[in-house]
Write a protein that binds this ligand. Structure first.
Ligand code: IMP
Ligand code: MG
Length: 175
């Protein structure tokens, strides 16, 4: 059986989210921003983040699945549920749970840039830079925690669709 060992408590996560919100509030003061949550993992982070934003905020969602493997230099991403909003001319912030290899967001960004947003920024709760593949071309504009190569769950992150609802972030351990 697997068990979960706490890495960041709910309080620590929420303090970090407030820090990120403070930065976004400063950077986007007086503007209108479209926050796009990546389903499903980014949802818990996104709701906590947007509650703390003080400019005019719109929200939308996008689901993507990535295909690709370590031996092929171009991965691919499929948008499995597209957002409903036309992002042309809008200030867009993509909100993701974690950047791992970086493949998903590299390809997602290429697709979204073609829709001509006024600006496109990336905000992630967690980042595992050690896992980045050479062809990945993403760096978060806002990030919560940089972690080593742990497999983490909770606060939206899953293992086989389970554990997303944990109110903290933990390392999944197999025994
Ligand atoms: P990548 O950056 O394209 O490798 O993919 C990132 C996606 O993989 C994230 O959106 C998560 O859904 C998933 N993922 C990567 N690392 C973890 C983890 O530690 N726990 C749970 N999901 C993860
Ligand atoms: Mg995900």
């Amino acid at each position: 059986m697997e068990k979960v060992r706490e890495l960041f408590s709910g309080t620590q996560v929420e303090e970090k989210i407030q820090e990120i919100a403070d930065m976004i509030n400063k950077d986007y003061e007086g503007r209108e921003v479209l926050v796009v949550g990546i389903l499903r993992g980014g949802v818990y982070f996104m709701t906590e983040l947007t509650k703390r934003l003080t400019m005019t905020v719109m929200i939308d969602f996008l689901a993507a699945s990535s295909y690709g493997n370590a031996t092929i230099s171009s991965g691919n991403v499929n948008i499995t549920k597209d957002m409903d909003t036309d992002i042309e001319g809008k200030d867009v912030i993509i909100v993701e749970d974690i950047i791992d290899t970086g493949r998903t967001l590299t390809h997602l960004f290429e697709l979204l840039k073609k829709r001509n947003p006024a600006s496109l920024k990336l905000c992630t709760l967690l980042d595992k830079p050690d896992r980045r593949v050479p062809e990945a071309n993403v760096s978060p504009d806002y990030e919560g925690f940089v972690i080593p190569d742990y497999f983490v769950v909770g606060y939206g992150l899953d293992f086989a669709q389970r554990y997303r609802n944990l109110p903290y972030i933990g390392i999944l351990e197999f025994e």
